[in-house]
Design a protein. Structure first.
Length: 565
């Protein structure tokens, strides 16, 4: 079966494999067809060495040709690429060739030619007009998305994907095709003193026909009810029977609601200082209106993130206890709040080390919001911790289906396959993420994992170094330390471990990562000591001890068994 046509961008070039052409600044580059075929293989594997044998087989699948033919095509391609000062093809001695340069797969991910289901919806970011602050328009659109997702009658694309499209002047046909939805919601927000005018429209993706539009002219004091009203009107237009009555909610203090919207806006710009600013907004909102459940849920999300293993900003145990307390308070005020159920389940998994309780919590979140991609994502973690591989894969795929343009959920598939001991699939998923965005640190990070598991330590080191180049933080450096250790660079691994331990300042934030480096150095006693420290600080990694393949060298040691949660 022939591979599906794909389009790759590496400015100033565009390669269209379906048409078999290479364009430079829109002009066709004169190349023989086999040169285009060769470039297609190398670009699709950008950053990865492709052996000469593989290239000969893929470019000339039905013929035997001399290696000299391959060398001639490489020469032709180099001449064109290097003349434009663009990407390059490097020779890797005794191995093959590698394409160096940033490549974007411009092929629409969901353009399968099939008609999307009639009840699929995406909410685009609303445009801020007439002096309306950007946080107001964006957060109101986000609130509409959440309101539409409740109940499960409509399948709603997550914000990470739908908000990739800019506010206003969007080609709805293209957006609908790329997101795989039948309907899109557009809108605008205009502010004038104490008055806010919100206009929303429901547009058919295939035809750009406007099915419904309405303007809501409200004072700031009445703004909190607008997203629910918009969602109710849209559901009425799309569902065969009248939707259930809007969820009754606490009458929110208008100033608290404004702070909450600011917090949501900042929260979606994490990590960094914006995270702390979001926390401050949520805290102020809760002080103004202590019965405002969403503000407490916002604080829970922030603390959960600040104490997560990938952030390491706050000690894990302290942060997760804060997250747990704030989520519980939110649910006391609103038992149906899906976000709070998901955060509480996250703490059950990564703080209480209780994957069964976490599974139940994520299920509750999904009953309230079946399109909640993050809940599907973390449900897959809870399932893999219990060794339920097939169910975890289904949850991982559901997360990606609801958020198809989310690169983190794409690379999460590599994490899933690694934990499931499916290393060929883990490598493929990580490579796919790197091809989609060569600057995304998590793609290289998980590629290092997969390469190590595939017994390619040199490639693991290369991938880990690329991850550090993309984001020089403790987690990426720890991955490099582990890769160096496994590759036999003991001095390099120890140097990374020393810096990491010093930066940790005795807080135990990176004890698990340090244990992995020591395990790579075959110092099992030190690795076990560090795992004990990770257990003391309630590291979220401990819940995966039973399934993490990197822990295999310790499984026969009774000291390791004693550490299992």
């Amino acid at each position: 079966m022939a591979p599906s046509p794909r389009v790759f961008d590496f400015p100033p070039f565009r390669l269209d494999t379906g048409q078999g052409v290479l364009l430079r600044n829109g002009e066709r580059v004169p190349l023989i067809p086999k040169a285009v075929d060769l470039l297609a293989v190398l670009v699709a594997e950008a950053g990865r060495v492709v052996s000469k044998e593989q290239l000969l087989e893929r470019v000339w699948p039905d013929a035997f040709v001399q290696e000299g033919n391959l060398s001639k095509l490489v020469f032709l391609l180099r001449r064109e690429l290097e003349a434009a000062g663009s990407s390059r093809i490097e020779t890797v001695s005794k191995r093959g060739y590698v394409f160096r340069g940033a490549v974007t797969d411009a092929t629409a991910p969901l353009d399968s030619g099939t008609t999307p289901a009639a009840r699929t919806v995406a909410v685009l970011p609303f445009a801020a007009v007439g002096g309306a602050p950007p946080h107001l328009s964006e957060s109101l659109a986000d609130e509409v998305l959440v309101a539409l997702s409740r109940g499960g009658e409509l399948s709603v694309v997550a914000r990470t994907s739908s908000f990739k499209f800019g506010a206003g002047d969007v080609d709805v046909r293209d957006a609908g095709r790329r997101l795989g939805v039948a309907w899109l919601v557009e809108g605008s927000v205009r502010a004038d003193g104490d008055r806010v005018r919100v206009t929303a429209s429901l547009v058919e993706g295939a035809t750009a026909f406007q099915r419904w539009t309405e303007t809501f002219d409200r004072s700031q004091a009445d703004l909190a009810g607008v997203p629910e009203a918009i969602a109710t009107r849209i559901a009425a237009a799309l569902l065969p029977s009248p939707p259930s009555a809007p969820r009754s909610r606490h009458p929110v203090d208008p100033h608290a609601y404004e702070l909450y919207l600011q917090g949501r806006y900042l929260w979606n710009r994490r990590p960094g200082e914006a995270t702390w600013q979001a926390l401050e907004c949520f805290q102020q909102a809760a002080r103004l209106d202590p019965a405002f459940a969403e503000a407490w849920a916002g604080m829970a999300d922030v603390y959960s993130t600040l104490g997560s293993w990938e952030a390491g900003v706050l000690p894990h145990d302290e942060a997760q206890e804060q997250a747990r307390g704030h989520a519980q308070r939110a649910l006391e005020l609103d038992p149906h709040l899906a976000a709070a159920h998901a955060t509480l389940a996250y703490t059950a998994l990564h703080y209480k080390w209780d994957p069964a309780a976490a599974e139940a919590g994520f299920a509750r979140a999904l009953r309230g919001n079946p399109a909640y991609a993050a809940a599907h994502h973390w449900l897959s973690h809870a399932l893999i911790a219990q060794g339920r591989v097939a169910e975890s894969l289904a949850a991982s795929r559901a997360a990606l289906a609801h958020d198809p343009m989310n690169l983190l959920l794409t690379v999460h598939m590599s994490w899933h396959h690694h934990m499931a001991r499916e290393q060929v699939q883990a490598l493929d998923a990580a490579e796919r993420a790197v091809r989609m965005d060569p600057h995304f640190h998590w793609g290289h990070y998980f590629l290092a994992w997969a390469a190590e598991a595939g017994h390619d330590p040199a490639r693991a080191v290369e991938a880990a170094r690329a991850a550090v180049r993309c984001l020089d933080d403790a987690v990426m450096r720890a991955a490099l330390g582990r890769a160096l250790a496994v590759a036999g660079d003991r001095a390099g691994a120890r140097a990374v471990a020393e810096v990491l331990a010093r930066d940790d300042e005795g807080l135990g934030r990176y004890a698990y990562e340090l244990a992995l480096i020591q395990l790579g150095l075959e110092d099992r006693d030190r690795a076990l000591d560090l795992l004990g420290r990770a257990r003391e600080r309630r590291s979220g990694w401990m819940v995966y001890l039973r399934v993490d393949p990197r822990m295999d060298p310790l499984r026969s040691d009774p000291r390791f068994t004693a550490l299992l949660p």
